[in-house]
Design a protein around this ligand. Sequence first.
Ligand SMILES: [Mg+2]
Length: 204
Amino acid sequence: MSQCPYALLESPVPAAERDDDPLTETSLAERTLLDGKFIRVIEEDVRLPDGRPSKRFSLRHGGAAGMVALDAEGAVLLERQWRHPCRRAFWEIPAGKLDPNENELDCARRELIEECGVEASRWARLGMLNNAIGYSNERIVVYLAEDLRWGEQKLDEGEHLEVYRVKLEEALNMCADGRITDVKTIVGLFWLDRLLKKRASEKA
Ligand SMILES: [Mg+2]
């Protein structure tokens, strides 16, 4: 028999960040290895919590916004888009990188018009996710867009994607069975499902 050494935290569990965090790694110097169009590859010399030196490599990213666009029939907009790093197409919610000095909501409004030709009159922030914490500071803020008006796509040159509507229940099934693997899409649909259930329970 052995005893579990781990503390069981009671609800509500606090956020992970701490003041004067004993886990802090201190950055001593950094170099840019590659300055790309929207990512920078950084090499850093760090001091670990135990005082020993180490190196960290990361991708610095300017952030992005995405949105779950929900129509009056309970369907969400999903795009089919080629993602070259993985050499295949993916199902994903509309999203895009922030322009310089652009806030996330403005970015979400702009991307929904550009990629899908859709304007929404109701917006709500669903949450923020960090999609690659092991090697990047990229963050994506996901919104819910409702009261949709359909118009013309305004795709950037070189941008190719197909837009479809899928009922939320089927989109959630796609997340569960592996047809959807894109992280912002899985998380955004999960947040929307929670929100709609909360709305329904408040109505009841
Ligand atoms: Mg996009």
